[in-house]
Design a protein around this ligand. Structure first.
Ligand code: FE
Ligand code: FE
Ligand code: FE
Length: 182
């Protein structure tokens, strides 16, 4: 096996492990999401992620390699951070907890975008066009998910800012009230 194919196989094993973790993590993110649009985005990507695992297995077959996962420590850490956001978000208002989920999820997508970009480029260099095409398909799904999450943020940010404004004016009113009572 060429050194480059070995490098590609290593990257794919890392991605296989990463996707396997996400198949389990994304439904949890969907359950934790309060906004229907965010919930739907996570549900859709959970389904896509199952296909991405199948696609990776196809890629291993095309390369004549065993689909053996190699622990992706980075994704283990990112999933752990996502779980922390879910737990900490339970104490927070919906726009804030959803924003926490988006922040965690975008870190995950960016890691995947980087991994698939690298793998696709190596496959192209090896002349493995079918493999490159399959990897490009997944890459496009990760990029689309990342963009969608970016689009879902502004209304939640506005809502969070509005809530804060309301809270501040309520505090002000009760301060005036207590002053008056004196
Ligand atoms: Fe993925
Ligand atoms: Fe990794
Ligand atoms: Fe993804």
């Amino acid at each position: 096996m060429s050194a480059l194919q070995e490098l590609l196989t290593d990257e794919l094993r890392d991605l296989l492990h990463a996707e396997g973790q996400l198949v389990k993590a994304l439904p949890k993110m969907a359950r934790a999401a309060k906004s229907p649009k965010l919930k739907q985005a996570f549900e859709k990507h959970a389904e896509e992620t199952k296909n991405q695992v199948d696609r990776l297995k196809q890629v291993f077959e095309l390369l004549g390699e065993r689909p053996k996962a190699k622990p992706c420590k980075a994704m283990m850490g990112l999933v752990e951070e996502g779980q922390e956001q879910i737990t900490e978000g339970k104490e927070k208002e919906p726009p804030v907890s959803d924003l926490m989920l988006i922040a965690a999820a975008q870190k995950v997508e960016h890691y995947e975008i980087s991994g698939y970009g690298t793998a696709r480029t190596m496959a192209e260099k090896l002349g493995q066009n079918k493999v490159a095409k399959l990897l490009a398909q997944t890459l496009a799904e990760e990029e689309k998910t990342d963009k969608l999450l970016t689009q879902l943020s502004p209304p939640l940010l506005d809502q969070a800012a509005e809530d804060e404004e309301e809270e501040r004016s309520e505090e002000h009113t009760s301060e005036l009230q207590s002053h008056h009572d004196l």
